[in-house]
Design a protein. Structure first.
Length: 316
């Protein structure tokens, strides 16, 4: 069986990578996944008959280099593409998005950890002269940028990358795609770029805590220099409450909410199990319901997360 080619695209979240992905999936020779889950390695056994397979993901739970190695292990001829953008814009955008949870789990890692993984991937791509697309250059000159990128990826030019003739149903997997992409996705690339081209926030007006701005500019000093991004920008100070959000917390991660949703069921099952046990036990030995320990809740804004240690004790 001949080795099949996989074009594997990734960038940090909020880097514009979904829009790039849509352009490539419009090609006649390409099919695949518009926006894969960032905490899963995609199953490509359903890949169709198109000459090339495309997968776009984000650098969060995995580095792009790790995903390249994984698909090479499975026998794919992997041709990678890295999307980049000024990380100060990425960070400021992530703070406003649901998927920008500054958590402490594998699914929702700290924002610094996600960006550090991206920086390590960028070092790898830059040092090896692998294909990199800068989102800001793409916004200014979309067609020349895509044409140059096709040459680097050893692909012929396809005007469908601009005109977008394929409907969603003609693409293998379009289940995901962030809210901004869905809101701005028009009938073709020029139309869809207009909102982003009109609404570019000056970098000085970004909302970034001072300590995080210092870290970003130190960690990405080489990245900023190579890409001609400013080494430093002056940004208005933020409130103490906004600065507090820069600290990674388990309570904002999806795993905390998953456990919270599971808790009432587990607690009820534990109570039912004790009731059945009580049916065969003398009344004098039955502890009153009030004596059973209740799960402790930790308030998290409008949500809460249950202490499962106490829950386990209740069901034991």
């Amino acid at each position: 069986m001949a080795t099949k080619t996989l074009y594997l695209c990734a960038g940090p979240q909020s880097s514009g990578s979904t829009l790039i992905s849509w352009c490539f999936l419009q090609r006649r020779d390409m099919d695949g996944i518009l926006d894969a889950n960032n905490d899963e390695l995609s199953d490509l056994t359903r890949a169709g008959a198109a000459p090339f397979v495309w997968v776009k993901t984000t650098i969060s739970s995995f580095r792009l280099s790790e995903q390249i190695a994984h698909y090479q292990d499975l026998g794919w001829d992997v041709r990678p593409l890295l999307i980049c953008r000024d990380v100060r814009e990425v960070y400021a955008s992530l703070r406003t998005k649901e998927y920008g949870r500054n958590g402490t789990t594998a699914e929702d890692p700290p924002l610094r950890l996600r960006l550090r993984r991206f920086r390590e991937d960028w070092d790898l791509f830059h040092d090896n002269d692998w294909p990199i697309l800068r989102y800001d250059e793409f916004l200014k000159e979309p067609e020349p940028t895509l044409r140059t990128l096709c040459v680097k990826l050893h692909l012929p030019w396809d005007a469908a990358m601009l005109s977008w003739p394929k409907p969603r149903a003609a693409i293998l997997d379009t289940r995901h795609g962030n809210e901004t992409f869905r809101r701005n996705c028009g009938s073709d690339l020029p139309t869809s770029l207009q909102p982003a081209q009109r609404k570019q926030t000056p970098i000085e007006r970004l909302r970034i805590p001072a300590v995080e701005l210092d870290w970003l500019e130190h960690e990405f000093a080489r990245f900023n220099h190579v890409n001609s991004y400013p080494a430093h920008v002056e940004i208005a100070p933020m409130s103490a409450a906004e600065d507090e959000r820069a600290i990674p917390r388990y309570q904002v991660a999806r795993r905390c909410k998953w456990k919270l949703h599971q808790t009432p069921v587990k607690y009820l099952l534990a109570r039912v199990a004790r009731w059945f046990e009580a049916e065969a036990t003398p009344t004098a030995n039955i502890a009153p319901a009030a004596a059973l320990p209740r799960p402790r809740t930790i308030p998290v804004g409008d949500d809460s997360c249950t202490d499962l240690g106490e829950l386990a004790a209740a069901g034991s």
